[in-house]
Design a protein around this ligand. Sequence first.
Ligand SMILES: *[C@@H]1O[C@H](CO)[C@@H](O)[C@H](O)[C@H]1NC(C)=O
Ligand SMILES: *[C@@H]1O[C@H](CO)[C@@H](O)[C@H](O)[C@H]1NC(C)=O
Length: 841
Amino acid sequence: MAAAQRLRDCSRRALLCFVLVAAWEAASGQIRYVIPEEMERGSFVGNLAKDLGLDLKELSDGGVSIVTRGRTHYFALNDKSGHLNTLERLDREKLCGHVEQCLLNCEVILEEKMEIYALQVEITDINDNAPSFQEEEMELTISEAKAQGSRFRLEEAQDPDLGVNSLQGYQLSSSNHFSLDVQTAAEGAKYPELVLEKSLDRELQAVHDLILTATDGGDPVRSGTTQIRVVVLDANDNAPVFSQPLYEVTLMENVPQGATVVTVKATDLDEGINKEIKYSFGKTKNKLSHLFRLEDRTGEITLAEDLDYEESKHYQFEIEAHDGGDLVDLAKVVIAISDVNDNSPEMTVRSLIRSVPEDSPPGTVIALLNVHDQDSGENGEVTCSIPSSLPFQLKKSFENYYSLVTDRALDREQEAAYNITVTATDHGAPPLSTSATISLQILDTNDNPPRFEQAAYTGYVRENNPRGASILSLQASDPDWGENARVTYSLLLPLLPGGEGSESPVSSSISIHSESGAVYALRSFDYEQLRELRFQVQAQDGGSPPLSTNVSVTLWILDQNDNSPEILYPASRSDGSTGVELAPRSSEPGYLVTKVVAVDADSGQNAWLSYQLLKATEPGLFRVGLQSGEIRTARSVLDKDALKQSLVVLVKDNGQPPLSASVSVTVVLADSLPQILSELSSLSASAAAAAGGGGGAEPQPGLTLYLGIAVASVSGLFFSFLLGLLALRLRRWRNSPLLESGASGNFSGVPVSQFVGIDGVRAFLHSYSQEASLTAGSRKSQLHFPQPNYSNTLSSQKSCDLLYIGRCPVKTTPCFPTSFLLFGHFLIITVVYRDLILPEN
Ligand SMILES: *[C@@H]1O[C@H](CO)[C@@H](O)[C@H](O)[C@H]1NC(C)=O
Ligand SMILES: *[C@@H]1O[C@H](CO)[C@@H](O)[C@H](O)[C@H]1NC(C)=O
């Protein structure tokens, strides 16, 4: 129904419109009013009634309607006054926006008259709007790096008013950095632009607060503001800056790992990431990064490895500081390493001999040493030394080379090897040192002859020793080594004048073991032939050439009691009887009748003879001197004593066991020669009778006389012969160049045993020759006669004594010519032997 109503209504209107248009054309009236906007509701717009020429009555009938295109009714016709009033407050900006002429059209229909009038109401602008910004506050971020003159479009303000009432311009609060420029677009719109008049520096002022004011041209002028906050964006406009362009550090080379070397510091005025600084090594990085560690945030440089001054004395590198941007600063780090005496000297033995002969001359080079110290300066100066007690010397050859040479002669026998400790010390504080020991062997050279333990050796051997008996042992030592110390012994045989064929008595008597030095007897010695043996033994080492030492050895042959006493006087005849001694019957007790003379070839105790009466015809009449052998009367001869007394004297030596000999002596007791003769004749008759078995002739007195004369003349002849020989000999001595030492040596050198076997005679000859030499020597005072080498033995003194006693009968006692004769013979034989036989040897 509503639809049908609306359709009816619409058709009615359409009809009305058609009618109106036709009427308009017919009436063609148009009414126009102008009112300002924003009038109160009900405000007067125009007197429509009057303008249309309508009666108020007509109006009140309601035959007038106002048709508005669109639904909103802005105006209403007051029936009573016929005024057109506003139905509401009209806002031009709302109704027309920016349309220049804001027209509200409607029609006025006079229904009764069927007239239509166009009503046009123009709404004029008033300045009812202030310019306004969308935002009260706006923020603008501008990099401080923006160049001067840069423009920044600002939000424009809006003012919906028209014309002069709309936005007319902008103002900016005062600023050092900014100015405002208002641009007008082609369509006439104005928009503000902020112009950077002076470059920003965030570091100086980070925020700029500006006020932008927009004004219109109304009256009064309206304005709107907005606050512009310009935030200066940091641009990385500040490079990092190191606190120092150069960091200089001095480090001891023994600084431990991890120690801080230096901390570099760079600052950046920027902020944020632009302020964040990272440190890194510069171009030298690769070479050093193993040695130094750089903390990239803190700039702390620590030591990553041990330093070695000897490797590098200083380091130099660059450190870069990067900020968050690309800005970089460089600083140089110079690290000087100072030397610490951390290296001991090094010693190298370049060449070395391990052994040196002991006879090497001083200056022989043993070793060549090289010393080196990696430190520098004082720390690297090295001095080499060896203990001063050693016979070596260190010579500096050149630079760091030393040669170890011998300083003096070496002696292997004192020191066979050396450990030479060479010490190299540097001059650091504290000093460091190194030492090396060189072992040196001293080689032996044959520089020592064998040495006997004694200066001379004396050995003793009893005569009659077994063959091969060991006599003594020699010992020589040689301090050398090896072959040079191997000692062999040999006998040194004196060269005999006899020539090659003759053997020295030594070589046939003695032998020496070449290795042990033991001396053996090759034969049995006879003291009576050989009392001492002098020879030399040579000890020779095995060196090349060999060295030798001689030592003299004296071998004394010790006596054994192997000889019985030998009775010289009274001498036994071939038949065993002896001569007859005379004693006057009137002789006092103690009268020396005769003397038994005996010798013993032995010596010492073995030759100490004692005499004793073994048997006597008349016991008690005679006694024999125990030591002297003198036969003396023990009492006065009595008449009853028989004329002829037979005595047996025992001569005994003192050896162990003792040996002895006996002799029988016949003593005739008579006062005068005739008596003797008569006695003798009876004696010999009785003796003949005894020898011939009881029957015998009486001896002729004449015969006895002749016998005496013959004996005397023979003796005289012998004496003159003896004197002649003596004279001859004396003359020869005078002519000869005195007694040279050689001659005397010759004399004394003759083995005693070869000379005369009997001590007494030797002693006699000695005293004789001494007399002779003294007469010769009185003319030359420096002449000296060799000391007889036997005179100090007991046996020889004893023998001398014996001789004296033996001579006694010759001088003092009217002995029986026979004994005299015998003694004379003996002397002659001796002299002949001494003078004639010996010189020819
Ligand atoms: C040298 O040194 C060695 C090894 O230490 C040692 O066996 C030897 O006895 C020493 N020699 C001397 C002569 O000191
Ligand atoms: C040892 O004696 C021999 C022979 O008489 C001699 O040639 C040699 O030089 C002597 N040696 C010494 C060291 O005296």
